[in-house]
Design a protein around this ligand. Structure first.
Ligand code: HEM
Length: 149
């Protein structure tokens, strides 16, 4: 269970569903000597944040174990945004994904159709065939109640 949580965070880091977070400057603002004039709109490019090698060693590698002792600076992990507009559904979304994956992985086996196939990098890193796979239902396990319960 602890490991699954790391798999989910690593998936969000690599394949963030929200590719950017929009904001508007309410005043003229200076960020690293760039002036953003009042009223201008800005996109926080989460992919660049999540693949920053200064925060994440070998950022393109899918490594759930990187979350074992990961100490994050504020703003370096933004799958649900940040600040006062942070996604209010974050905990619900994470819990739903967690429960789904838990039962899915216990009860189904995935067989990749093109293992080792080519990888594409835009708009995010993924197998060119989107990891096409056969999904095989396993024998009923002790983890689910039988229909007679
Ligand atoms: C994997 C699932 C989800 C992802 C990746 C996601 C991501 C995000 C992101 C990046 C934002 C913008 C935050 C910001 O501007 O700082 C956002 C806003 C929002 N999300 Fe989600 N979200 C998810 C699921 C959900 C769910 C399940 C709900 C509701 C049950 C939800 C409701 C909202 C709402 C209402 C906002 C607007 C908040 C505001 O502007 O004040 N989201 N979400």
């Amino acid at each position: 269970m602890e490991y699954l949580s790391k798999v989910i965070d690593e998936t969000f880091r690599n394949f963030n569903p929200a590719f950017s977070i929009p904001r508007m400057a309410l005043d003229d603002i200076n960020i690293n000597d760039y002036i953003i004039p009042k009223g201008w709109k800005v996109l926080v490019w989460t992919r660049a944040v999540h693949l920053d090698p200064e925060t994440y060693v070998n950022p393109k590698d899918f490594l759930p174990s990187r979350w074992d002792n990961q100490k994050l600076k504020a703003g370096s992990f933004l799958p649900f945004g940040a600040g006062s507009r942070i996604c209010p559904g974050a905990d619900f979304a994470r819990l739903t994904i967690f429960i789904f994956l838990h039962y899915f992985l216990l009860n189904y086996k995935l067989e990749q159709i093109n293992p080792g196939g080519p990888i594409v990098y835009l708009p995010y890193q993924r197998r060119a065939d989107n990891c096409l796979a056969n999904i095989i239902k396993l024998q009923p396990s002790l983890h689910l109640p039988s229909p007679s319960c």
